[in-house]
Design a protein around this ligand. Structure first.
Ligand SMILES: Cc1cc2nc3c(=O)[nH]c(=O)nc-3n(C[C@H](O)[C@H](O)[C@H](O)COP(=O)(O)O)c2cc1C
Length: 216
């Protein structure tokens, strides 16, 4: 099947886009308002987009509390959402009014950060402390319409890792069991059983393939 996304007549029960761009890492974003009230919510339009310097992005569909707090204070933290914290994470996605701290709703402990004011999730094995760089408003669906999606860029200025997950100088990602978002209400989880490694090919190996094809 093929369909054009502006008309979006896919004929399926739901828009399949997010079931195809999957799995998406979850940025569990904590912020603090100018008034000092904490906020935490999951965002799966989230990813790392550069290193040295390190940058992450997340996208807010509408002007949600996380975005508003970041505009006010210029800082946010991304804690790693894991299998053990899946229900806690989900609880923090409830659309409660601005000014309500979701840490107690998610039964989470707010731990202090080093370089930024918003707290990280103490129970999470890793967290990224971020300083807001810029927000990009994505173009609206219709020309002249209102932008729906705001992409927030943050520079990662500090990283917390629970030392129990560092083995032989490497982070044991599988042991952390990070969860990721698929389409619909589905998630996936990274475990040692589902991980695999592949070495990158050398230029010689890649060119040898071309020579083989040419010789055919
Ligand atoms: C796993 C998961 C991923 C989500 N990803 C996004 C997202 O990428 N963008 C978005 O706007 N909302 C997303 N949501 C919904 C927000 O978490 C929800 O609207 C929340 O109330 C926003 O909180 P805030 O207003 O405190 O920032 C997601 C929800 C869940 C459960």
């Amino acid at each position: 099947m093929f369909y054009e996304t502006i008309a979006n007549k896919h004929g399926l029960k739901h828009d399949p886009f997010k079931a195809l761009v999957a799995p998406r890492p979850i940025g569990w974003i904590s912020t603090v308002s100018k008034a000092g009230i904490c906020n935490i919510a999951p965002y799966s339009f989230f990813n790392a987009v550069g290193e040295k310097p390190h940058y992450v992005i997340f996208s807010s569909a509408g002007r949600k509390d996380s975005l508003l707090n970041i505009e006010e204070t210029g800082e946010f933290v991304c804690s790693l959402a894991t299998w053990d914290l899946r229900f806690n994470m989900n609880m923090t996605s409830a659309s409660v009014p601005r000014g309500i701290d979701e840490f107690p709703i998610g039964e989470l402990t707010a731990a202090p950060c080093r370089l930024v004011k918003p707290p990280r999730v103490k129970e999470s094995p890793a967290a990224l402390e971020c300083k807001h760089w810029k927000t990009v408003e994505l173009p609206p669906l219709e020309p002249g319409g209102e932008s729906r999606n705001s992409v927030v860029f943050g520079q990662v200025v500090g990283i917390h890792i629970d030392d129990r997950f560092v083995k032989d100088g490497m982070v044991d990602t599988g042991a952390m069991r990070p969860i990721a978002r698929l389409g619909y209400m589905e998630y996936s989880v990274v475990t040692p059983e589902t991980m695999f490694a592949i070495d990158r090919p050398s230029v010689e190996e890649a060119m040898a393939k071309l020579k083989l094809k040419a010789a055919e």
